[in-house]
Design a protein around this ligand. Structure first.
Ligand code: SF4
Ligand code: SF4
Ligand code: SF4
Ligand code: FES
Length: 948
């Protein structure tokens, strides 16, 4: 294995369709119009020396190293800033150019520290490379030139250092922060020799506006900005392309390695989801894989009050299997089930649901997608026929109006947010429906045209009101609707939304959104060109989550914003493989490809290959499993990679249900909160230790490749295989590619997927089959998958969760950039520096009424429970609304969320809980008990960890 070297073409690719032909050093080259001479030369195989140019950012033309001669033109223009022209004749290597370039390099080197042998970038430094490329052999000015300001090294960021004395002031970092990341945290301060890169107002990186995406570090041609891991370990010696295991953006990375140690994660420019960019989690927060808390040995205990006993894999697997068999013999075949994980690979997820259906013999399988995007599956399948987003991420580059509903992309989907921000800076309009002033409402060079700060729980009313404006103001795209949708259903729907009760003036009364904002936003979306909707859990995690998804689908159809680039309905998926876990048949009523278990032909196909009869009745969903456990009819659960105690609502109810079971098997990386209720603990493997695929929010399957040996001895799919074999249902796969072959054989939308194809194409978006052998970037182009698009009546029904004198405020929840989900991984990285605890955002007015000051402890109470956390007073939330995150188990905000859920899918209503906030002296009693329980668990586990 060797290091994968991606070509740096110097300037970004031109997207022009027209091409021009020119001659470079006697070779004819044809490139798109607008291409730089530098890039055209690279395309022809000629590398022009460069320092300030890199193909991730626009050319700047400051270093003067890339000079060329153009026949018929005077002077020596910079090739990075000069576009090609038809018939142009270019020379890149003449005596004059050689002399000029040497002169430029002499100036650079004369003022650069010459500690190359001990420099962390030795061997990976473009300044070194260019000195070699121009043949620099002497420096006429000596090496004592005036240095750039040497203010020491800024090591404040946990992941990278900044050493100004090595800076060549090429501005690549500044441009990367602006153009790629869109944060504008860096500037070049002062002039001439005093020029220096300055984070925000000359602050240390950690205190600046920097969000630690690392784009500047990647762009830096010297060691000025460098990863601390490279400084510690040295330069990498081989690399492997893999996929981030955090969010649903699905960024591709080169894991750059030295042996089995990760030196750094470099975003892969060929990654079609991220195009060479990343966020702080994917690039830097991989240290959890080697954290000392990793549990590497299986453990069992008869009762959850017993101490854990470390055992062999064989004993743990046999114990779990015998318990499941005993329970089924005693309580019946339906008394056990399994939960798949949206963090695991498609192959692992597929095997868990196969184990449940074939080895357990029931359909009691569910997934953590239940608690996030199950309404997306239901809503989009009903309207369009497919349970997935309609576009690829590239599509946003053609959007004219972007509508974000209930999502916070800069925190939840940061790399896609950067791509979106780029389009917004180019002039696309922005509409945001969110109770909070999320960052995108106003951020450098971007201001939302409309922010509709709706009251939590009123999504259906507001989106239906947008449709009211479209219909009553004659903004329907009747041609599209007539050709593509069921006309009768459309007419019924149009009459429904046109009713006065859906007018912005009426909806203002329930949603709190001024009518003129609803009218303006609707007009802009309907008439502003390509309208693209992106939404998140602020849509789905409601009692009417599925209804809102269908209301969004209606709006897009009515305005013709479906079926081409730049438009569409796009769920932003939370976890890395939410899309995949749903695709793989993790729901109790559907096998892979969203086919209902009651379909005889589908079952027959599976039965023929699996050799077991399948139950035609849908099984239990997670909440039903917990209820059944409390009823005494559900006794055994296999949970792969999901901490349901912390991530699911109504924690006390969940704890009671888990406590009522006789065999809970938890397969995870750490002793997660759910493991407190487990009888068998099976160590899991990280994404760095396994092969497989993830499917991101744009239906894109990408390879996850093993870069280190599993520390626990097995990849997760192998553990499922062991358990299935012990249960008496044989599984024998030599490699996850064989599981994918089985998925392809059983699932029409995946029929064309194979590891060979993924290796060849890099990634593929399903459907991928005979009709679309290379996959489907944009769906519903010539017609909806279900035939005619379906308009659904979306009556607004206020949630039963009401504010009142006891609970006068509405709590809504979300996530923060540096943390991920329940925090099991990110809390075990240096990312905690940005978010040590969950805090409660409260409006100044509400805080003042309660005598709460910034930073005070407050008790958050609902009818379900209470927790205590610190208050942050901010106008990001409206009066009457409070907000927090759910990353820390000591807060466990789901203690206060309720049992209410989406009517169609049981997705919990996380986003609306009536609460009271009162000053407090410190953590609640249960939090102190929890801390004590955790300390005990640690004490029990400590000797086992230490024994590793
Ligand atoms: S790490 Fe990212 S946000 Fe921070 S300065 Fe660099 S490019 Fe900007
Ligand atoms: S820090 Fe690096 S990228 Fe930024 S100006 Fe200096 S040398 Fe260039
Ligand atoms: S967390 Fe999401 S946005 Fe960040 S690197 Fe990973 S996939 Fe990309
Ligand atoms: S690379 Fe062209 S001017 Fe620096």
């Amino acid at each position: 294995m060797s290091l994968i070297q991606e070509i740096d073409f110097g300037t970004p690719r031109s997207k022009a369709e027209k091409t021009v032909t020119l001659t470079i050093d006697g070779v004819a080259v044809t490139v798109p119009e607008g291409t730089s001479i530098m890039r055209a030369a690279m395309e022809a195989g000629t590398q022009i020396p460069k320092l300030c140019a890199t193909d991730m950012v626009e050319a700047f033309g400051s270093c003067r190293l890339c000079l060329v001669e153009i026949q018929g033109r005077a002077g020596t223009p910079a090739s990075c800033t000069t576009p090609v022209a038809e018939g142009m004749v270019v020379h890149t290597q003449t005596e004059r150019l050689k002399r000029l370039r040497k002169g430029v390099m002499e100036l650079y080197i004369s003022e650069h520290p010459l500690d190359c042998l001990t420099c962390s970038a030795n061997g990976d430094c473009e300044l070194q490379d260019m000195a070699g490329a121009v043949g620099l052999r002497e420096v006429r000015y000596g090496y004592e030139g005036r240095r750039h300001p040497n203010s020491g090294i800024d090591s404040s960021n946990p992941y990278f250092t900044y050493e100004p004395s090595k800076c060549i002031v090429c501005s690549r970092c500044v441009r990367a922060c602006e153009e790629v990341q869109g944060t504008f945290a860096l500037t070049i301060a002062a002039r001439g020799f005093d020029s220096v890169v300055s984070p925000s107002m000359a602050e240390p990186f950690l205190q600046s506006e920097c969000v630690s995406c690392g784009a500047c570090v990647q762009a830096c041609p010297t060691a000025t900005l460098n990863e601390k891991s490279v400084i510690d370990i040295g330069t990498p010696e081989h690399s492997v392309v893999t996929t981030c295991a955090y969010c649903g953006v699905g960024c591709a990375f080169k894991a750059e390695m030295r042996g089995e140690e990760v030196v750094r994660m470099l975003p892969y420019k060929d990654g079609k989801a991220n195009r060479g960019h990343s966020c702080v989690k994917g690039r830097f927060a991989y240290g959890y894989a080697t954290h000392k808390d990793r549990m590497l040995k299986p453990m069992i205990r008869e009762k959850i009050t017993d101490p854990w006993r470390e055992v062999s894999w064989e004993e743990a697997i046999n114990y779990a299997a015998s318990e499941f068999k005993r329970i089924q013999a005693k309580y019946g075949g339906s008394s056990v089930g399994g939960i798949t994980s949206s963090r695991c690979t498609n192959e692992e997820t597929f095997l868990v649901q196969k184990l449940v259906r074939a080895a357990f013999g029931n359909n009691n399988v569910d997934t953590c997608a239940r608690v996030c995007h199950s309404p997306t599956g239901y809503g989009l399948k009903t309207a369009y026929g497919t349970s997935a987003g309609t576009q690829d991420f590239d599509s946003v580059e053609r959007a004219d109006v972007i509508m974000i509903i209930g999502a916070n992309p800069t925190d939840g989907h940061p790399v896609f947010a950067s791509r979106m921000k780029k389009r917004l800076r180019q002039g696309a309009k922005l509409i945001i429906l969110d109770p909070r002033r999320i960052d995108l409402v106003r951020t450098p060079h971007i201001e939302a045209d409309y922010h509709l700060p709706l009251k939590p729980g009123t999504n259906v009313a507001v989106v239906t009101s947008l449709a009211h404006v479209v219909v009553t103001e004659g903004l329907v795209n009747e041609k599209f609707v007539g050709e593509r949708c069921d006309w009768d259903e459309f007419q019924d729907w149009a009459a429904f939304v046109a009713d006065k009760r859906h007018s912005p003036e009426e909806v203002e009364k329930v949603s709190g959104v001024p009518a003129e904002l609803i009218r303006g936003a609707a007009r802009l979306y309907a008439t502003g060109g390509n309208g693209a909707i992106y939404y998140g859990l602020g849509v789905t995690e409601h009692s009417q989550g599925s209804t809102t998804v269908m209301a969004i689908a209606n709006l897009a159809m009515a305005t013709g914003n479906i079926g081409r680039e730049g438009v569409g309905v796009n769920p932003l998926r939370g976890q890395n493989n939410v899309q995949g876990s749903c695709d793989m048949g993790s729901f109790p009523h559907e096998v892979s490809g969203y086919r209902h278990v009651s379909e005889d032909a589908t079952r027959a196909m599976f039965e023929a290959l699996w050799g077991r009869p399948l139950d035609e009745e849908p099984g239990l969903r997670i909440p039903n499993m917990i209820d059944a456990a409390l009823d005494g009819s559900f006794k055994g659960l296999y949970i792969q990679g999901e901490d349901i105690l912390q991530s699911d609502p109504n924690t006390q109810h969940m704890a009671a249900g888990l406590s009522a079971m006789e065999c809970v098997v938890v397969q995870d990386l750490f002793l997660v909160e759910t493991a407190n209720y487990a009888h068998v603990f099976l160590p899991g493997s990280t994404f760095l230790e396994k092969n497989g695929t993830f499917t991101n929010a744009e239906r894109r399957l990408q390879m996850v490749r093993k870069v280190m040996t599993p520390k626990n001895g097995y990849e997760d799919w192998q553990v499922t295989e062991l358990l299935s074999n012990a249960l008496g249902y044989p599984m024998h796969y030599n490699h996850p590619s064989e599981i994918m072959d089985e998925i392809a054989a059983l699932t029409p939308t995946f029929a064309g997927v194979s590891y060979k194809k993924l290796d060849e194409l890099g990634s593929v978006q399903w459907p991928c089959n005979a009709a679309a052998p290379d996959g489907t970037p944009v769906m519903h182009i010539n017609g909806f998958v279900r035939g005619k698009g379906k308009f659904v009546i979306t009556e607004y029904v206020a949630t039963d969760e009401k504010t009142g004198p006891r609970y006068p405020l509405l709590l809504t929840t979300g996530r923060i950039l540096s943390q991920y989900n329940v925090g099991a991984q990110t809390r075990r990285t240096a990312n905690v520096i940005w978010h040590e605890e969950d805090v409660l955002e409260i409006h100044p007015h509400d805080a003042e009424q309660r005598g709460v000051r910034d930073g005070d402890w407050v008790k958050l109470t609902s009818r379900a429970g209470e927790t205590t956390l610190r208050a942050v007073i901010t106008e990001r939330v409206a009066p009457g609304v409070v907000y927090t995150t759910f990353h820390h188990p000591t807060t466990q905000v789901n203690v206060v969320t309720t049992e209410f859920s989406d009517w169609a899918t049981n997705c919990p209503e996380y986003k609306v809980t009536a609460v009271q906030v009162m000053p407090s002296n410190g953590p609640s009693e249960w939090q102190e008990e929890y801390e004590e329980l955790s300390r005990q668990a640690r004490r029990i586990a400590e000797p086992l960890i230490a024994a590793e």
